[in-house]
Structures are given as C-alpha cells and as structure tokens.
Design a protein around this ligand. Structure first.
Ligand SMILES: Nc1ncnc2c1ncn2[C@@H]1O[C@H](COP(=O)(O)OP(=O)(O)O)[C@@H](O)[C@H]1O
Ligand SMILES: [Mg+2]
Length: 246
C-alpha cells in the first residue's frame, strides 16, 4: 500500500537563493543557491566540513541566515520559526539519527506523527512506513537503542515519514554503516523517491549517492562548485579525481 506524497504545482518545491550562514564568528555557507523541484531527488555532496549539515539546518531554521532567502513552495521561510517548519511539509532526518534510544521502534515512529494534522492519519501512516520497512514492523517493540546501525537509520527515516512530509531532508544516512548496509539504505532512499516524495540528501559517500539521486550539487568549503545531473557529475574529471580516486 502506498500513500502518494502531496505534490505542489509547478516551480521549485525548495529554493535557496544566495544563502550565507554560519556560527558566531565563523561563516560556513557562502552565497549558496540551489533548488529542488517537486518529485526530484537531489544530493548535496561534499567532504567533511563542507557545510552540508549547516545547509540542512538553515532550511530547518535551526540556524539564521546572514544573507539570502529560502523559499518552500514559493513561500519565504524568513519569518517561520523552527518548530513550524515541519507543518510546511519539511521533515529532517538529522545527522546521527537521534532516535529516542530508550523508546521502542513504534514509540519512535509515533513521535514523528505529533502534529495535530498528522495524528488522525497515524494508523494509515504507520502501515505505510511498515510496508516500506518490514524490518521495523518485525522489531516494532524493540528498544531503539538496541537496533543495528542500519535499522536505526530506517527507524529515523520512518519517523520523518510519519509526519506526512512533502520534502524529506536526509543528513548523511550512510554515515557509520558497513558498505553492504549503506547499499540497502540507498536502495530505500530510491524507493522513497519512487513513492513520489521529494528528497534532499547531503552525503559524503559521493559515489553511492550519485547512483541514487537525479541531480547533485558539489559543496566545498561552503560554496557550490558544480551542479548537474548525477550521471554527469559521476563522469566529471574533477569529481572522479578529487572524490572517487579514479
Ligand atoms: N556549532 C558550530 N559552531 C561553530 N562552527 C561550527 C558548528 N557546527 C559546524 N561548524 C563548522 O562549520 C563548518 C561546516 O560544518 P558542517 O556543516 O557540519 O559540515 P559537514 O556537514 O559538511 O561535515 C565546519 O568548518 C565546522 O567546523
Ligand atoms: Mg554533516
């Protein structure tokens, strides 16, 4: 069974225009512009410290912009506080998963459906998440902290889907996982895209993520250096030499 993701009409779903941001005394993003269109899967790739997490945190309004603008379905996020971002249909899977380690899988999933708008659809969404991740259903009463790394990542993604988002933000879902588990997580990301969700994923695992997404942007020291269809970036000399060791 599947619940089609809500679609918006025309134009970018998410657009960053000339975004600069950072931390006290330290600028981490410089004039970053990018867009994610409805139904697309887009990656921001780049090495450790490039500013990928900072970029997602600006979209979630956890970090203030020093310049530029972020638009969700044409609407500026400028005046939207962090706790209201999810109500606009943006759900983030944070770096390091951040599950409630002492709660069960199902209790974690329930936490993702806390919005008043999501609650009436809780049972339906839970079924949907379990259909995507049968492993989670098998382990629904297991304490999240005792799951394997890959299962924890599934649970974190499932929790984000429980809010019924339009746009899913994923922060390095492959981090810390064994190569074979990384492959299965990326296969799930592909499946989520195929279900019609719009996905923005930031990753250091450039080779693998480029096999999954439609387009990507290369972020280096806070600046977008390249962008294009994934196949184009995979074939580019610059990326092959600097990141794929070819
Ligand atoms: N809370 C913070 N305070 C100060 N500097 C930070 C903070 N978080 C990240 N940074 C710095 O911002 C830069 C980008 O970090 P981050 O966005 O975490 O990169 P990535 O996710 O690509 O590894 C790095 O130089 C990092 O040291
Ligand atoms: Mg990061």
């Amino acid at each position: 069974m599947s619940i089609p993701a809500p679609k918006s009409s025309g134009g970018a779903m998410l657009r960053l225009e000339g975004v600069s941001a950072g931390y006290a005394g330290f600028q981490a993003l410089f004039n970053v512009s990018l867009e994610v269109r409805p139904g697309e899967s887009v990656a921001v790739i780049g090495p450790n410290g490039a500013g990928k997490t900072t970029l997602l945190r600006t979209v979630s309004k956890l970090i203030e912009l020093s310049a530029g603008e972020i638009l969700m379905e044409g609407r500026s996020l400028h005046a939207v506080p962090a706790h209201e971002v999810i109500a606009l249909g943006i759900a983030q899977v944070p770096e390091g998963r951040r599950l409630f380690a002492r709660l069960s899988v199902e209790e974690n999933l329930k936490m993702g459906a806390f919005l008043p708008a999501a609650r009436p659809r809780y049972t339906e969404r839970l079924k949907f998440v379990y259909s995507l991740f049968p492993r989670l259903q098998e382990r629904s009463s297991q304490i999240a902290g005792t799951l394997s790394g890959g299962e924890q990542q599934m649970c974190a993604i499932g929790r984000a889907l429980m809010s019924g988002p339009k746009l899913l933000l994923l922060d390095e879902p492959s981090a810390g996982l064994a190569p074979v588990v990384v492959q299965s997580i990326f296969a799930l990301v592909k499946r989520i895209c195929a279900e019609g969700y719009t996905v923005l994923i930031v990753e250091q695992n450039i080779r693998q993520v480029l096999k999954v997404v439609d387009r990507a942007y290369l972020l280096e020291t806070g600046r977008i250096k390249m962008d294009g269809p994934s196949a184009e970036l995979l074939a580019s000399d610059e990326i092959r030499k600097a990141y794929l060791g070819i």
